[in-house]
Design a protein around this ligand. Structure first.
Ligand code: AP5
Length: 218
């Protein structure tokens, strides 16, 4: 049976960074609801038009919209492909929906990995973040610059972009949303004994090693 996990943590905790590494190192598939919503905004779909203002304000998009998007993407994957849920669930309702989505497909949730971080440091992480406009490789003004200034390490593109919700004011709202609506779902998974906590303030490789030890204990 496929190994399905949730990466949980506030904005900037490193969920996307670690999910990308798990994809390339372990053949897992990242299902990021943030990425799905940004794709809908870019494509100008009705969902994208509805979601854009909510995302720009740093608030949560409705449970129905996000859960619908996630279900479609999950169905596009084979039953044997291990999945990383990144940015979902974010509310108690979404946690219930995920249980149903998984059980209807004969899947089970194996691990919830919480990245524990210091919120003040996250503002710096997020406002310094940028990505390659062509392949999506992630960078940071201080922690991860391209080896050659202005050129993507991975694909050679010279186009980079920043997310419109990556400003200090919106980040504070996103964090408040996390504290109010997402952190309270952790006890649901604690009660099942599937939560592991990782120091998300450690360097990226150390975080990856800690996750590796949880997924594949020696
Ligand atoms: P989403 O795209 O999910 O954003 P987020 O949860 O705010 O998380 P981020 O992508 O900002 O951070 P991350 O934890 O992935 O960190 P990263 O690895 O990039 O959601 C965006 C919006 O969409 C939401 O606000 C909401 O409106 C909507 N939405 C999405 N899902 C939803 C849902 N389920 N329900 C309702 N609405 C939803 O790292 C950040 C930076 O730090 C990078 O530059 C990275 O290089 C650097 N970094 C990472 N790890 C380290 C490290 N260990 N040390 C130093 N630097 C590091």
């Amino acid at each position: 049976m496929a190994l399905d996990i949730i990466l949980l943590g506030p904005p900037g905790a490193g969920k996307g960074t670690q999910a990308t590494r798990l994809e390339s190192d372990h053949g897992m598939v990242q299902l990021s609801t943030g990425d799905m919503l940004r794709a809908a905004v870019k494509a100008g779909t009705p969902i994208g038009v509805q979601a854009q203002a909510v995302m720009d304000a740093g608030e949560l998009v409705s449970d129905d919209i996000v859960s619908g998007l996630l279900g479609e993407k999950l169905d596009a994957r084979g039953p044997d492909v291990p999945v990383i849920f990144d940015g979902y669930p974010r509310t108690a309702t979404q946690a219930q929906v995920l249980d149903t989505l998984l059980s209807d497909r004969g899947r089970t949730l194996d691990h919830v990995i919480e990245l524990e971080v210091d919120e003040d440091a996250l503002v710096d992480r997020i406002t310094g973040r940028f990505t390659c406009g062509s392949c999506g490789e992630g960078y940071h003004d201080r922690y991860k610059l391209p080896a050659v200034d202005g050129v993507c390490d991975k694909c050679g593109s010279k186009e980079f972009k920043r997310r419109p919700d990556d400003n200090a004011e919106t980040v504070r709202t996103r964090m408040a949303e996390y504290r109010a609506k997402t952190a309270p779902i952790l006890p649901i998974y604690d009660a099942r004994g599937i939560v592991s906590r990782v120091d998300g303030m450690a360097d990226m490789n150390a975080v990856s090693q800690a996750i590796e030890a949880i997924l594949h204990p020696a």
